[in-house]
Design a protein around this ligand. Structure first.
Ligand code: NAD
Ligand code: WQD
Length: 340
């Protein structure tokens, strides 16, 4: 199939393009490069041996999107493009709603105009809010997201669902990612945050390499076995293969499907830090800090629906995720910047 990958030069999009190409699909990356670099396109080609078509563009540019969908005879869109910094979204709600929600509306209009009926969307476990029951299943009602970024995901899910209802021939797949970490095993591709990382794993790898002094563990007085929060970390390569599985399961008659993409296993902050030290042999100094506002205590997925309907399940464990994140960090201490 011909796939338009919005946000294709970003962290998850680029790893997904590797999996798409290796499964025989043609991927066209569409990105405005606001949080990524074209260096990744060479890295993808270095792994797969196939060049990646790239269109520099914004998802809010409906005309350019429509033209791109037609020019490349696109069968399905995988929609990663969006802003994703939780803290920033609190201070820049207009930018987040404009980019994520407004951009998705333009994308849907372009798809309608170009006659493209299938879309796979990067949603997030954040739409569940504070879990009332664990593990989380897709049929649980969505909860209260704690920040504008999270609310954009819930709103976009509703927009996609309303659109599928109005155009029943459309195929809409909502993939709710848990906590993506890890990197391509080659160490040539990985997560490249700008500035001081907000997320746990990039913070850990930057402490390990000496760019940051120590990790702050946000709270050790939660109601969990070691007092730190629990998350369902998933290897980015597993996440990437989940998209290929979702493509295979698109229904010719149209429909709306929702899948959790996680491992089903919860890991606490301290367990992750210890797994990292075990997998890499590198010490990660840390100290306990106050709780971070908006954090849920525990969040992990029931992934049986994806297994039954997509034939997909995560295969990498936490130590492999740590080893691959570290491999990427070591080989690229400044991310893609040195090679730009
Ligand atoms: P990322 O920032 O690495 O990738 C997003 C890409 O979208 C970037 O390359 C950026 O330049 C591009 N982009 C942003 N706005 C754009 C616009 N208006 N037009 C064109 N391109 C634009 O982030 P990621 O971690 O790869 O996340 C991909 C998607 O998955 C996002 O939608 C994110 O919200 C979602 N998601 C991420 C996580 C996570 O923890 N990484 C978890 C759940 C969901
Ligand atoms: C994980 C755990 C922190 C940093 C976020 C978004 C979510 C989704 C994934 C996109 C928490 C603790 C972290 C640090 C720490 N993104 N931590 N010290 O918050 O589960 O999810 O990314 O959709 O929407 O909210 O991930 O990696 O930030 O935190 O102790 O320096 O690590 O408190 O318990 P989170 P995270």
């Amino acid at each position: 199939m011909n796939i338009l990958v919005t946000g294709g030069t970003g962290f998850i999009g680029s790893h997904t393009i590797v999996e798409l190409q290796q499964a025989g699909h043609t991927a066209v990356a569409y990105d405005n490069l606001c949080n990524s670099s074209t260096v990744v396109l060479d890295r993808i080609e270095g792994i797969t041996g196939k060049p990646v078509e790239f269109v520099e563009g914004d998802i809010r540019d409906q005309e350019k999107l429509t033209k791109t969908l037609k020019d490349f005879d696109i069968d399905c869109v995988i929609h990663f493009a969006g802003l994703k910094a939780v803290g920033e979204s609190v201070h820049k709600p207009i930018e987040y709603y404009d980019n994520n929600v407004g951009g998705t509306v333009k994308l849907l209009a372009a798809m309608r105009d170009a006659g493209v009926n299938s879309i796979i969307f990067s949603s997030s476990a954040t739409v569940y809010g504070e879990p009332t029951k664990l593990p989380l299943t897709e049929d649980m009602p969505k909860g209260q997201a704690t920040n504008p970024y999270g609310r954009t995901k819930g709103i976009i899910e509703d927009i996609l669902s309303d659109t599928q209802f109005a155009y029943p021939q459309m195929n809409v797949v909502l993939l709710r990612y848990f906590n993506p970490i890890g990197a391509h095993p080659s160490g040539t591709m990985g997560e490249d945050p700008t500035g001081i990382p907000n997320n746990l794993m990039p913070y850990v790898t930057q402490v390990a390499i000496g760019k940051l002094k120590e990790l702050g563990v946000f709270g050790n007085d939660y109601d969990t076995p070691d007092g730190t929060c629990i998350r369902d970390y998933i290897h980015v390569m597993d996440l990437a293969s989940g998209h290929v599985a979702a493509l295979k399961a698109l229904k010719p008659e149209g429909g709306l499907s929702i899948y959790n993409l996680g491992t089903g296993r919860g890991t606490s902050v301290l367990e992750l830090v210890n797994a990292f030290m075990k997998a890499t042999g590198v010490n990660v100094p840390y100290s306990i800090k106050p709780r971070r506002e908006g954090d849920v205590v525990a969040c992990y997925a029931d992934c049986s629906k994806a297994k039954e309907e997509l034939g997909w399940e995560a295969k990498y464990g936490i130590e492999q995720m740590c080893a691959d994140s570290w491999n990427w960090q070591q080989k690229n201490p400044n991310g893609y910047r040195d090679q730009a």
